[in-house]
Design a protein around this ligand. Structure first.
Ligand SMILES: [Zn+2]
Ligand SMILES: [Zn+2]
Length: 184
């Protein structure tokens, strides 16, 4: 393990692109502060990521956004995590979409709200469900920054999920094994 990333010193939430409500970031920050027992800070200026748009796919390349977040994170104290939150639809070349992406034992993570909204599936909005999903995704990606890999326990927040139905089955926290591995 890289000792610099075995714990989280603080979490900074960074809006990525337009359309991320600050109230929503505040709520995610409050949940993360409880889970990781660290201070969370919400940045107000959105990061412009038009460079990451694939015009043909109509989606944004999440790895390119992570690289932009890394340049911002370089100015922060060691142990600080920079979590990008976006309303944009994300992809990596081998997948049709991703809910998020993180650097394994790194300072940066990114989550997308796009496919966490019920409206995406043609259903009426459910703000509480959106929040619950966003928190699970955020905890999951931050778990990767601590070096956690995907967990075989489907209830654990570190279980791999590619559909909201599976995401809804997960707990918003780490299983005992993952918790032990992170020292949380
Ligand atoms: Zn994952
Ligand atoms: Zn687990």
């Amino acid at each position: 393990m890289n000792a610099a990333f075995t714990s989280i010193g603080a979490i900074h939430l960074q809006p990525v692109g337009e359309g991320v409500a600050l109230e929503l970031l505040d709520e995610i920050a409050a949940a993360l502060a409880r889970t990781f027992r660290v201070s969370c800070h919400v940045r107000t200026a959105a990061l412009d990521v038009r460079f990451a748009l694939d015009a043909i796919r109509g989606q944004y390349y999440s790895t390119a956004i992570l690289e932009a977040l890394m340049r911002i994170a370089a100015a922060e104290n060691a142990g600080t995590r920079l979590l990008g939150v976006t309303a944009l639809d994300l992809y990596v070349p081998i997948l049709t979409f991703v809910f998020g992406e993180a650097q394994m034992q790194g300072p940066c993570a990114l989550v997308s709200l796009h496919r966490l909204r019920e409206e995406f599936y043609g259903l009426p909005p459910q703000p509480e469900l959106l929040m619950a999903r966003a928190i699970k995704e955020a905890v999951h990606e931050l778990g990767h920054t601590l070096g956690l890999r995907h967990c075989p326990d489907w209830r654990c927040v570190m279980a791999s999920t590619h559909a909201v139905e599976r995401l809804d089955l997960k707990e918003p926290h780490f299983c005992a094994a993952c918790r032990r591995a992170t020292g949380l």
